[in-house]
Every structure is written in C-alpha cells, then in structure tokens.
Ligand binder design. Structure first.
Ligand code: MCA
Ligand code: AMP
Length: 499
C-alpha cells in the first residue's frame, strides 16, 4: 500500500500546496522533493523499517517535505520544537531512539552536541537537494507506525504518542468531512509543528484536500491581522490564547485600523478554537470584532479530534458539540460504568483515530485503555444532547497557551537547582493563557535567591511554556496526612503572587 495522503498530491499537481514568505510550492514540488528526501534517507536500503528520524526545522516548506520524506521512506517522524532548549531536545532524541536528526544551519549549534552525546547522525536538510534515482520507495501497510509526538502526562517525563498512518488518515478524514475542507481552501499556519493541532488539523488536512497552507515561522499578532487583510484565507484555526492576543492587538489599534481588520475577517469561511477551554468572554469579544462565532472543538494528542460543534447549525458557547464522524465517545464514572446524560464522567474515546501505543511504555499503554476505550483523563457532561468539558481529573496537568504541561515534570527539574529544598507547581487561572504555571519554593537556608536568575536557569532546562511565571516562597509546603502536597490549598497562597 502507498500512503493515501501523499498519493493524493498527484491529483493536485500545480496547485499551490505551501506558501511561505520565501516562496510558493506546488503539490508537484512537494511530491518530487519529498521523494528525494526519502531516497536520500534510504541511501542504499529499501525501507527505513520504522527507524526514528528526528527533525528540527522551521515552519516552512523544508519541514513539510522532510516529514513526508520520512514517511515515504518507511520511517517514523519525530518532530522537534524550535523553541526547546537543549535538554528538552536531547530527551526526545534519546527517548525515541532516533538514529538520524535532520536540521539546517540555523539549529546546527544546538544539535551538534546532542547528536554527539546520543550518537545520532546529523543530516543537513540542504543535502536532500542531491538527485538520486534509486532505490524504489517501499510499499507500506496502513498499520506502519508513522509519528511520535511527545505529550506531558501525570507521571515523569513526556511520553511518546505513536500514531500509525491509519490513525493519521482517519484523524484527517473526519475533520475534512466535518468542516467541509475543499481544494479552494487556504489556511494560515502559525502554530508550533510538534503537536496535533498544527500538524494534523492545519497542515495535513490542507494537504489532503488539495488546499493551500500558508506558513509563517511563528505567531505574531499584528502579522496575523495583516494576513487576514492581504491573504485569501478561507480558514483560521488557533488556541484561545491566540484569539485573546489578537483581541488585545485590535483593541489597542486606532478605529480606522480596527474597521479595516474587522472587515477583512468576512472573507474567511470558518474560524476554529481548540486545545484548551475557550472562555465565553473571548468567544463574545471575537464575535463582536470579527463577526465569527468560533467553532470550538475538543481533542488530544492520543486521539486527534473527538468532539466538535457543527459547521452548520447551532454552536453553543461553553460546549464542544458532538462526536466527529467515525469517532465513538462515552462518559464513565470512577467505577468504570457509563454514566447517564446529566452526570459528569471521564471522556473515553474509541475509533481508528486513537493512537496505537506510548513509545516503549507497554504498562502505561495498557493502563490508559478500558475495554478498548482510551481514557482521556478529561471530565465532561452531556447536557441537552451536547458535551461540555468540566475539567481534568488531575491537578498535575496544566494547560497554558494551549500547551499541556506536567506539574510533576517541572517540579522534578526545578528541584535539581542548588538553592531549592523543595517545590510544588500548580496552574493558576489566567484570562489570557488559560492557566499560568506557578511555583511555591522552599529554599535551602542561607540562600540569597534571585527569581530572575532562577528563571533564566529554568529556561535553559525547560521549554519556555513550562517555565513558571508566578512564584512564592514558603517555609514549608502544605501537606495532607499522607504527606502529599495539598495543591488545592496551595492555590490560595497565590492570590497577589509575585510575577
Ligand atoms: C507564559 N508566558 C506568560 C504566561 N504564560 N507571560 C505572562 N503571563 C502568563 N500567564 C510567557 C512566558 O513567560 C514566556 O515568555 C512565553 O510566554 C513562553 O510561552 P510560549 O507559549 O512559548 O509563548 P509565545 O512565544 O508568546 O507564544 C504564545 C502562543 C504559544 C503563540 C500562544 O503559546 C502557542 O503557539 N501555543 C499553541 C500551542 C499548541 O499548538 N498547542 C496544541 C497542543 P518569555 O519566553 O518571553 O519569558 S494541544 C493539541 O494538539 C490537541 C490535540 C488539541 O486539542 O489541539
Ligand atoms: P494535548 O495532550 O496537548 O493534546 O492536549 C489535550 C488536552 O487539551 C485535552 O486532554 C484537554 O484537556 C485539552 N483540550 C483540548 N481541547 C479542549 C477544549 N475545547 N476545551 C477544553 N479542553 C480542551
């Protein structure tokens, strides 16, 4: 079998697949250049046979052709995040067992020592320009494992979520159907490309459909507003924090500018929000500014998208709609029994969209399923026939700016600092970020502590979005009778926290 997503590119030929500030690339360009990537990666072998290929590339055409090239050569694509510091990158390279890292000259200085320590080969993306005629590309089963995305959990370091080609295809097909993607669509890609939202919902849904994906290197509020004006966008998808930032930029602009920007939104056919709860205030403000009633949907790295408000028909603020085509959803109580409508329960999901396993973590994979249903850890309720997300069943998972971060992982890293005796990390509500990462620190005695210096150190260890933005110092952490930190109580201590 061939990869359906990639075979479809043959149909779209000279249509524009990728548009970047540096140029425009057709489906033929993508098909041919990803073939060259695949042949270069294969070198003299006939199949990468699920070899892990990590790649650290900007959000542009090089990223897309390398991702497709890895798939076409039979490898597992492991996308790395451009904003991660060396220790985060090294963890993923090490954990995935990648044998190759593809990168470019902009990232070579950070990658070189990692490659040396992990004994990984570096290939510069520019080397893929070499024309190679053979070998033939391998035929792949849809069960072939295709991608590992790292996601934070309630235990330890992030886990690798493995999706097969079948999983990816069904995650794409359900969205293409539900949101009526078509060839004439044109979407703006401003999200990080190491998560499902950017990779599946935006980039590969566009490519499946023969549409155009316009890629910017990162998110900048003013630049996005300018693109609403100057590009022929029909679709826009983002996390609530981005809508909140777009609203602030609009509010700070002069009235003529506001009118101009607002008017430009009318040519867009659909705007979607997801990855975190959309505050009703943000939904209402965005409606006033852009005329768009945001379509809110719910998903997770392990399952792609599961629930969505309708494309046509009534969207209800604060609710995430109904299961997408082909996705089964149920709500289950603590005893493992399906609950009646009106009773809260954990969301469990089943379907071809659900990931195959956590990379090299058979026990955790087993624990996260109940009779073939994936246990999301999110709690929801079915009210008036539609789902509403109520929260998560763990205080140790924080959602900030649409990123999922683990309090325990951050604590583990911060505790390695010489001044820290112990610490506890929690998420505190934030109108713009959803939640902010906050830390209560107990310092070693005789420590002259400087928050800024400490934060700088934390940034060298952790992804920027995991670094705490609020802190308090305590003599002792509040603990319960079992000795566990009482995080609910701790949250009260952060009123008026130092930023
Ligand atoms: C973080 N920062 C804050 C706060 N929190 N500043 C003030 N108050 C806060 N509460 C600051 C940090 O101090 C740091 O700043 C910076 O933000 C780091 O966070 P980062 O997210 O990297 O910030 P950014 O570069 O300003 O970008 C904002 C962003 C970004 C564009 C909203 O967070 C983003 O792209 N989010 C999307 C994530 C995403 O795609 N998630 C999908 C995964 P400094 O470094 O200056 O000190 S979920 C998914 O895929 C599932 C399947 C789904 O459902 O979609
Ligand atoms: P991730 O594992 O990074 O893919 O993040 C998935 C998590 O984001 C889910 O388990 C939810 O907790 C959260 N999430 C995604 N979409 C929504 C939404 N519309 N409302 C509330 N939470 C959401």
């Amino acid at each position: 079998m061939t990869i359906h997503l990639i075979e479809r590119a043959k149909k779209f030929q000279e249509r524009t697949a990728i548009l970047t500030p540096k140029g425009s690339f057709s489906y033929s360009d993508l098909f041919q250049q990803s073939e060259q990537v695949a042949k270069n990666l294969l070198h003299s072998s006939s199949d990468l046979k699920e070899k892990r290929v990590a790649f650290l590339l900007p959000s542009d055409f090089s990223y897309v052709k390398v991702q497709w090239g890895i798939w076409r050569a039979g490898g597992i694509a492991v996308p790395l995040c451009t904003s991660h510091p060396a220790p985060e990158l090294e963890y993923i390279v090490q954990n995935s067992g990648a044998s190759v890292i593809v990168t470019n000259n902009d990232f070579i200085d950070i990658i070189k020592p990692i490659a040396k320590r992990t004994r990984t080969q570096i290939i510069l993306e520019s080397a893929f320009c070499t024309q190679i005629d053979s070998p033939e590309l391998p035929l792949l089963s849809s069960k072939r494992r295709a991608m590992i995305l790292y996601t934070s959990g309630t235990t330890g370091r992030p886990k690798g979520v493995i999706s097969t080609h079948k999983n990816i295809q069904s995650q794409i097909e359900t969205l293409v159907k539900a949101w009526k993607w078509k060839q004439d669509d044109h979407i703006l890609q401003i999200l990080p490309l190491h998560h499902v939202h950017g990779i599946i919902n935006i980039l590969n849904c566009a490519l499946w459909s023969g549409a155009t994906c316009e890629m910017l290197l990162n998110f900048n509020s003013k630049v996005v507003w300018q693109h609403f004006v100057q590009s022929n966008l029909t679709l826009f998808m983002a996390v609530p924090t981005i809508y909140s930032k777009l609203i602030s930029t609009w509010e700070e602009s002069p009235p003529e500018q506001q009118q101009f920007w607002s008017k430009a939104c009318s040519k867009i056919r659909l705007m979607v929000s997801g990855s975190a709860a959309l505050p009703i205030q943000t939904l209402k403000k965005w409606k006033r500014i852009s005329g768009h009633f945001l379509l809110e949907r719910y998903g997770m790295t392990e399952i792609g998208m599961a629930l969505s408000n309708p494309l046509e028909g009534k969207r209800v603020p604060g609710y995430v709609g109904l299961p997408l085509p082909g996705v089964k959803v149920r709500l289950v109580n603590e005893n493992g029994h399906v609950v009646e409508p009106g009773i809260p329960g954990e969301i469990q999901v089943k379907g071809p969209n659900v990931f195959s396993e956590y990379w090299q973590r058979p026990k955790e994979t087993k624990k996260s399923f109940q009779q073939g249903w994936f246990k999301t850890g999110d709690v929801a309720i079915l009210e008036n026939g539609i789902y509403k997300i109520l929260g998560r069943n763990s205080v140790d998972i924080i959602k900030s700016g649409g990123y999922k971060v683990s309090a325990l992982e951050i604590e583990g890293i911060l505790q390695t600092h010489r001044d820290i005796k112990e610490c506890a990390v929690i998420g505190i509500p934030d109108a713009e970020w959803g939640e902010s990462v906050a830390v209560a620190l107990v310092l070693k005695t005789k420590t002259v502590f400087q928050w800024d210096t400490f934060r700088k150190w934390a940034k060298s260890q952790l992804a920027p979005y995991k670094v705490p933005v609020h802190h308090i110092q305590m003599k002792i952490l509040p603990r319960n009778a079992m000795g566990k930190v009482n995080k609910a109580k701790l949250a009260n201590n952060f009123q008026g926290a130092v930023k």
